[in-house]
Design a protein around this ligand. Sequence first.
Ligand code: ACM
Length: 539
Amino acid sequence: MKKILILIILLLSNSGLFNVFSGNQRYPVIPKPVRLVEIDGEFVINKKTSVTIDDLSYQAVYVVNALNNAISETGGFELIKKQKTGRNCITIKKDPTIDHKEGYILTINKRGISIRYKNLHGAFNAVQTIRQLFPVVPAKGSISIPCVEIEDAPMLEYRGYMLDVARHFFPLSHLKKTIDMLAFYKINVFHIHLTDDQGWRIEIKKHPKLHEIAAWRSETQKGHRTDVPTTFDGIPHGGYYTQEELKELVSYAQERFIRVIPEIDIPGHTHAVLAAYPQYGCISDTSYTVSTKWGYHDDILCPTEETFSFLQDVFDEVMTIFPDKYIHIGGDEVQKRRWKESAFCQDMIKRLDLKDEKGLQSYFIHRIEEYLNAEGREIIGWDEILEGGLAPNATVMSWRGEKGGIEAAKSKHNVIMTPSAFMYLNFYNTPFKDKLEPLANTHVLPLEKVYNYSPFPKVLSDEEKKHIIGLQASLWTEYCKTIENAESLTYPRLCAMAEGAWTPIENKNYDDFYNRLIYNIKHLDRWGVGYSKLFLEHK
Ligand code: ACM
């Protein structure tokens, strides 16, 4: 019955009667704006509507292009670009009274639209809100949108999505489509997990075996990681992005005010590196292969000068592609067995007066941090980088719960929260799991649980909470053989994360979000995004 009701409502909303709705149906904006005043009536954007912006920079072009692309997609026409005021204008204007660099004030009345911004990123955010007020089906020649007044700004400065392209490789077109989705939901960071045991995905010109050898595995484990016996599909898998492609991705993201943060995971999760360059492992044999199995591995990088020199070459090239101040250096699940067995590592621990292998791990991360800091960059690492002492300027990405994030915030380090139980999108959407869903990680992470997560642990003082700079949903792709698999795990849970990172906690309400979502998500149909529809039946 509920399904039929939702269907009727969705059919009506597609029928041009959209504007008879009110509240969530009339303003299905995600993330929920900080302040929204409903106003009667509509503004009709048509072929005579003009747009003006009081800025001549390239970023102003991005804002106007975003608006025009959306209008041309929905209405099949473009705005007239001319200096004009009065009726039928969209006016985009700087307003120094706005506090937040991403904030905006959007006023839509029957005469036109006004966007006010502090920085152009705010104007771009306003354009995304406007897009979400558009009808979900193309409306040839004119687009009617509801009048409203919105004052808005994000709660967190880092609102992220991580995609693991190492376990399964995705084409550049999928990365761009993902960037489009992030923009739509005002997510401003794309964290791309480029390297792991099962594949290396970035061309490094000085060390070509990384893309010639480390980017390819002979086959892939079938079923769940823990399935016994372990079986394999016999199908080679791989791929990598050229530097040109990654630069293209960065530009594409910049045009949408999204930062791209690359992750080069070291010193663990490096089996693929060792397959290409075994000399950087602790055991000098040549039997390493790009891993075909999930989970972590004993073989990791050995902290020799040759390894550091190799990594500096890698990061030199990474920095020419990715301009963001952050470089993610991984640091997770560093198995210590090889370092324990290695006479070289044991001697190094003694020579450097380190406590143990954790101390050596900390030394490793410090060395890389020092190198990147000298180049003007900062590191992010998974919370294991706390072990043995945190590198002085590091930002911690807390994934094993909130513990690491709490410890880092207490020691005045910045933190991005992505606790697995709340933010790992590789978990099933519903408890019905494999009955309804393709293979995923065995845990379950319902939409409501993502939505209700607060990134500010209660044990932190107000001062310490200021170090929680971000929230991120992370998709590991062991079980995502296809784009459809990846998208059905990502959406709509990413929408819930987007609201959790943007909207002040006191303004959040799951039922209210859900009622907006059922309208909002329809936009994704047009773009062929394979979101999970299970939330329609299992709220
Ligand atoms: C992680 O999930 N190993 C960061």
